[in-house]
Design a protein around this ligand. Structure first.
Ligand SMILES: [Zn+2]
Length: 128
Protein backbone atom coordinates (compact mmCIF):
# COMPACT_ATOMS: atom_id res chain seq x y z
CA UNK A 1 0.00 0.00 0.00
CA UNK A 2 1.27 3.50 -0.80
CA UNK A 3 1.73 6.04 1.98
CA UNK A 4 -1.28 8.05 0.81
CA UNK A 5 -3.52 4.99 0.74
CA UNK A 6 -2.42 4.16 4.28
CA UNK A 7 -3.16 7.71 5.40
CA UNK A 8 -6.63 7.60 3.83
CA UNK A 9 -7.45 4.29 5.48
CA UNK A 10 -6.13 5.27 8.91
CA UNK A 11 -7.93 8.64 8.81
CA UNK A 12 -11.29 6.96 8.22
CA UNK A 13 -10.73 4.24 10.84
CA UNK A 14 -9.62 6.68 13.51
CA UNK A 15 -12.54 9.01 12.81
CA UNK A 16 -14.99 6.10 13.08
CA UNK A 17 -13.38 4.92 16.31
CA UNK A 18 -13.52 8.36 17.91
CA UNK A 19 -17.13 8.95 16.80
CA UNK A 20 -18.23 5.61 18.22
CA UNK A 21 -16.37 6.21 21.45
CA UNK A 22 -17.53 9.78 22.05
CA UNK A 23 -20.97 9.63 20.44
CA UNK A 24 -20.37 13.02 18.82
CA UNK A 25 -19.52 13.90 15.20
CA UNK A 26 -15.81 14.65 15.54
CA UNK A 27 -14.29 15.39 12.17
CA UNK A 28 -10.72 14.53 11.21
CA UNK A 29 -10.17 17.20 8.59
CA UNK A 30 -6.62 16.20 7.71
CA UNK A 31 -4.09 13.50 8.54
CA UNK A 32 -0.50 14.36 7.66
CA UNK A 33 2.78 12.50 8.04
CA UNK A 34 5.70 14.86 8.65
CA UNK A 35 9.48 15.11 8.93
CA UNK A 36 11.19 18.08 10.62
CA UNK A 37 14.69 19.51 10.04
CA UNK A 38 15.65 18.67 13.66
CA UNK A 39 15.07 14.93 13.12
CA UNK A 40 11.58 14.58 14.59
CA UNK A 41 8.98 12.76 12.50
CA UNK A 42 5.43 11.60 12.96
CA UNK A 43 1.81 12.36 12.19
CA UNK A 44 -0.52 15.29 12.77
CA UNK A 45 -4.28 14.82 12.82
CA UNK A 46 -6.24 18.04 12.47
CA UNK A 47 -9.54 17.62 14.24
CA UNK A 48 -12.76 19.60 14.82
CA UNK A 49 -15.63 19.11 17.25
CA UNK A 50 -13.33 17.75 19.95
CA UNK A 51 -12.48 19.29 23.32
CA UNK A 52 -10.00 18.70 26.09
CA UNK A 53 -12.93 17.52 28.26
CA UNK A 54 -13.48 14.65 25.81
CA UNK A 55 -9.83 13.70 26.22
CA UNK A 56 -9.98 13.80 30.00
CA UNK A 57 -13.02 11.51 30.11
CA UNK A 58 -11.79 8.98 27.51
CA UNK A 59 -8.03 9.43 27.69
CA UNK A 60 -7.11 5.75 27.94
CA UNK A 61 -9.23 4.78 24.91
CA UNK A 62 -8.13 7.75 22.85
CA UNK A 63 -4.50 6.96 23.54
CA UNK A 64 -5.04 3.33 22.48
CA UNK A 65 -6.75 4.37 19.22
CA UNK A 66 -4.00 6.85 18.44
CA UNK A 67 -1.24 4.34 19.08
CA UNK A 68 -2.98 1.72 16.90
CA UNK A 69 -3.51 4.26 14.12
CA UNK A 70 0.08 5.51 14.09
CA UNK A 71 1.54 1.99 14.25
CA UNK A 72 -0.35 1.24 11.03
CA UNK A 73 1.62 4.14 9.51
CA UNK A 74 4.85 2.57 10.85
CA UNK A 75 5.20 5.42 13.33
CA UNK A 76 6.19 4.35 16.84
CA UNK A 77 5.59 7.56 18.72
CA UNK A 78 7.44 8.35 21.94
CA UNK A 79 5.34 11.48 22.34
CA UNK A 80 1.57 11.81 21.87
CA UNK A 81 -0.14 15.10 22.55
CA UNK A 82 -3.12 17.28 21.72
CA UNK A 83 -2.60 20.84 20.53
CA UNK A 84 -5.21 23.16 21.98
CA UNK A 85 -6.46 26.48 20.68
CA UNK A 86 -5.08 28.78 23.41
CA UNK A 87 -7.69 30.25 25.71
CA UNK A 88 -10.29 27.62 24.73
CA UNK A 89 -10.99 23.95 25.45
CA UNK A 90 -10.96 23.20 21.69
CA UNK A 91 -8.51 20.64 20.40
CA UNK A 92 -6.94 21.75 17.09
CA UNK A 93 -4.93 18.59 16.45
CA UNK A 94 -3.71 15.29 17.80
CA UNK A 95 -0.02 14.67 17.28
CA UNK A 96 2.17 11.59 17.35
CA UNK A 97 5.87 12.28 17.25
CA UNK A 98 9.06 10.26 17.25
CA UNK A 99 11.18 12.81 19.06
CA UNK A 100 14.76 13.72 18.16
CA UNK A 101 17.18 13.97 21.11
CA UNK A 102 17.07 17.73 21.24
CA UNK A 103 13.24 18.01 21.28
CA UNK A 104 13.06 15.14 23.76
CA UNK A 105 15.19 17.14 26.19
CA UNK A 106 12.95 20.18 25.74
CA UNK A 107 9.71 18.30 26.37
CA UNK A 108 11.04 16.00 29.12
CA UNK A 109 11.91 19.11 31.13
CA UNK A 110 8.24 20.19 31.39
CA UNK A 111 5.96 19.24 34.25
CA UNK A 112 2.50 17.64 34.19
CA UNK A 113 -0.06 17.16 31.44
CA UNK A 114 -0.01 20.78 30.30
CA UNK A 115 3.55 22.11 30.33
CA UNK A 116 2.34 24.85 27.96
CA UNK A 117 -1.19 26.25 27.61
CA UNK A 118 -1.45 24.94 24.03
CA UNK A 119 -0.31 21.37 24.77
CA UNK A 120 -2.03 18.49 26.52
CA UNK A 121 0.24 15.46 26.86
CA UNK A 122 -1.29 12.02 26.39
CA UNK A 123 2.00 10.14 26.59
CA UNK A 124 5.67 11.01 26.85
CA UNK A 125 7.91 7.97 26.95
CA UNK A 126 10.91 8.69 29.14
CA UNK A 127 14.30 7.65 27.80
CA UNK A 128 15.95 4.87 29.76
ZN1 LIG B 1 13.03 17.46 17.02
Amino acid sequence: MTITNSLLKVRTELEDNLRNLLGIPVYLIELDAFALPCGCSGATINIRGFTVDDIEVFEEHILKFLEEATLKLEIQPSFLFARLIPGTAEVASLNARMLCDSCYRDFARGEGKQPRPDIYILKLEKNK
